[in-house]
Every structure is written in structure tokens, then in C-alpha cells.
Design a protein around this ligand. Structure first.
Ligand SMILES: [Cu+2]
Length: 196
């Protein structure tokens, strides 16, 4: 969105979504793409925030940490939640985490794969995965059975040290700004016709 705004809203960017609840195999065009090492990444390890420089090599140890990919029934369970807290918590801890952990996996020597770590956005699959999470939220918001859903938005009560409306580093936004995304049209993006 920022990129688009900075260029005067001239870009037409599409992020493909991976609806893993329909087909849990990793898309072939992603498998064929070898992510080059991402060099000179500055990591701020919490809680001290001491910066260290690292190279990220995207790794996947698919299925080695147990668990399974979410199924349609898992998504249906989440979609049936009537309030936003239950919906977002169950989506996050359920299908969202399951995909991260299943794709990332765990290697006995090399540790967790990229998708199972905080550096997960380095794996292109992250973006396809999160586009699908976003789409699931969109469908929930637009569920005609629950017209009240449309006004439901992310809410982070504290940042863990008691501050209300934490800043969303490295961006200048505060958590309260996320409330504006209750309607995705405010951000200027949309989905292809949603069919279920
Ligand atoms: Cu995620």
C-alpha cells in the first residue's frame, strides 16, 4: 500500500492467495523458485534490541514438525465464530499457525524452517499464506448471516508493557490506525469475486 501511495497510486499490485484449505500442496511455481540468500539483514533480538547482521537462507522442512495442513472443516469452524475475538484468535492459533509450522517444519540440526520463525516473511509462501488469511477475514466480514461483522477490526489492547495503542514498528502507525482497515476499501485494495 505504501509503495502504491508513494508512486501516486499508479501501481497495480496483485498478491496471489494460496487457498490451502482446497489444495494443500505447495504451488509448483513456488517450488521451482530458489530464493537467493538474503544478505545484510539487520535483526533486533528482543528484549534488548541489539542489532546483529545476518544472512537469511530460506529453508523448508515441510511436515517434519508433525501437525497437518488445515482442511476446509477447520476454516469452516473459524468462519462460524460469532464474535471477532473468537474468530481472530481461532484463525491465528488454528489454521494460520498450522500452515506456518507445517511448511517451516523442524530439522534436527538446522532448527525450524523459515516459515516457522519470526523471519517467515522471507519465504515467498508467507505472502500467499497471509493473502489467504486476509481473504478468510474478508469473507467473514462479508458473511450475510452476520451483518454485524463488518465493523469488526483488529485490536491489540497493550503491547505487553502496558502501553495502549502500540506503535507498529518499523511503520509510524499506531495500533488504533489498524481500526481503519475495518473496511478494506479504505486501503484501496479488493479481491476478485469471492465465490465459496
Ligand atoms: Cu503468519
Amino acid at each position: 500500500m505504501e509503495l502504491n501511495r508513494a508512486t501516486g497510486n499508479t501501481l497495480n499490485i496483485t498478491v496471489p492467495y494460496w487457498n490451502w484449505e482446497k489444495d494443500s500442496s505447495i504451488p509448483n511455481w513456488i517450488l521451482k523458485y530458489q530464493v537467493p540468500p538474503i544478505k545484510d539483514v539487520i535483526r533486533y533480538d528482543l528484549p534488548n534490541g541489539v542489532p546483529t547482521t545476518a544472512t537469511i537462507n530460506v529453508k523448508r522442512f515441510v511436515g517434519t514438525a508433525g501437525g497437518r495442513m488445515p482442511r476446509k472443516s477447520d476454516v469452516d469452524n473459524v468462519m462460524n465464530k460469532n464474535n471477532f475475538e473468537d474468530f481472530t484468535n481461532d484463525l491465528e492459533r488454528g489454521p494460520h499457525n498450522a500452515v506456518h509450522n507445517y511448511i517451516g517444519g523442524q530439522d534436527p540440526r538446522q532448527g525450524p524452517g523459515t516459515m516457522a520463525e519470526y523471519i517467515s516473511p522471507a519465504d515467498p509462501l508467507f505472502w500467499l499464506h497471509h493473502a489467504n488469511i486476509d481473504l478468510i477475514w474478508h469473507k467473514w466480514q462479508r458473511d450475510p448471516k452476520r451483518p454485524d461483522n463488518q465493523n469488526k477490526h483488529p485490536y491489540l489492547p497493550t503491547n505487553g508493557i502496558g502501553e495502549q495503542s502500540p506503535k507498529m514498528d518499523p511503520w509510524p502507525y499506531m495500533e488504533k490506525d489498524t481500526r481503519k482497515i475495518e473496511d478494506k476499501m479504505v486501503l484501496g485494495y479488493t479481491y476478485e469475486e469471492v465465490t465459496t
